[in-house]
Write a protein that binds this ligand. Structure first.
Ligand code: GUN
Length: 289
């Protein structure tokens, strides 16, 4: 018998987008400002194309302007950086996002460093990463920020809780750990070289799974009553031969022991774009005093 509360990220994200749309309307009416988000996509990765299309659609639905720059895979780094400079200087653009991954001939770090930190709505610029680590007033990466919102909505105060973050990427694991530390959690970052990973996970009140390995974390790794946030989005072949989405957590076994758990799909996924729109709104407000 399953006991865990299912955390409805889809509903939470829809509510957040509604709140953002109200704020956007207010900004427009009171200051004549329409927040603008520019998304740059280099190449034709199908998953990235889906993300970019959804971002554009939801940006418009919130009443913001969307600017899409789809560039061929052979675009040179120099040309890409020139476009970013142009967007940095465009007052109609408040947020800039370059969809990752970029083709191999382009240096990802050079691209991220070229984005004006005030317009870096992904929160990937070293200035924003540094601000997050040192308690400054930067922009937090969207996926971990979305996870934090779901956690606070589920648990309230996180102070003193033991959190384990499985995965150490710059996009999710590291900023997630910083955000949890800010909330006064005791944070462990676990990864592929962690000894006795199951034991580390078993100690946690909060489990964040961000490794990109389908169904890796099973119910017997999870403490009874723990809150489980599954960031994984893995496409695997289902029993009927059709592709299906699964997380990094084996939902069927984890739901039996967890206190609360995010499903895949419908958990963390929808929060990422909602937080991106939130960051764009914040950037537009800051740019206009
Ligand atoms: N690729 C996968 N996730 C992300 C993200 O959050 N931002 C960007 N820019 N690229 C991504």
């Amino acid at each position: 018998m399953s006991s865990a509360k299912i955390i409805d990220g889809k509903a939470f994200a829809a509510k957040l987008r509604g709140d953002i749309a109200s704020e956007v309307a207010k900004l427009k009416a009171e200051h004549g400002v329409v927040p603008g988000l520019a998304v740059v996509l280099v190449g034709e990765d199908p998953a990235s194309e889906v993300y970019v299309r959804n971002k554009g659609k939801q940006t418009l639905e919130c009443g913001m302007n969307s600017y899409e720059h789809k560039l061929p895979a052979a675009t040179s780094q120099e040309d890409l950086l020139a476009i970013i400079t142009q967007l940095n200087n465009d007052p109609k653009v408040h947020g800039i996002l370059c969809q990752l991954p970029v083709p191999k001939h382009i240096d990802e770090n050079a691209v991220l460093a070229a984005i004006d930190p005030a317009k870096d709505v992904d929160g990937f610029h070293i200035i924003n990463a540094g601000a997050l680590a040192t308690g400054g007033d930067g922009i937090a990466p969207c996926t971990p920020y979305g996870c934090l919102m779901l956690l606070k909505d589920t648990l309230g105060d996180l102070s003193g809780k033991r959190a384990v973050v499985v995965g150490r990427s710059n996009i999710v694991g590291k900023p997630m750990a910083q955000l949890l530390l800010k909330e006064n959690c005791t944070v462990t970052i676990a990864h592929s070289r962690t000894r006795d990973l199951a034991e580390e996970v078993r100690r946690a009140d909060i489990v964040i799974a961000a490794v990109g390995r389908p169904n890796m974390i099973t119910g017997d790794w999870i403490a009874k009553g723990a809150t489980v946030i599954d960031v994984g989005i893995n496409r695997i072949e289902g029993e009927n031969g059709k592709m299906k989405l699964v997380g990094d957590v084996d939902f069927a076994s984890a739901v039996e022991v967890a206190g609360a758990i995010t499903p895949v799909p419908g958990g963390v996924g929808p929060m990422t774009i909602a937080c991106l729109l939130n960051n764009t709104l914040i950037a537009a407000c800051r740019a206009n005093g």
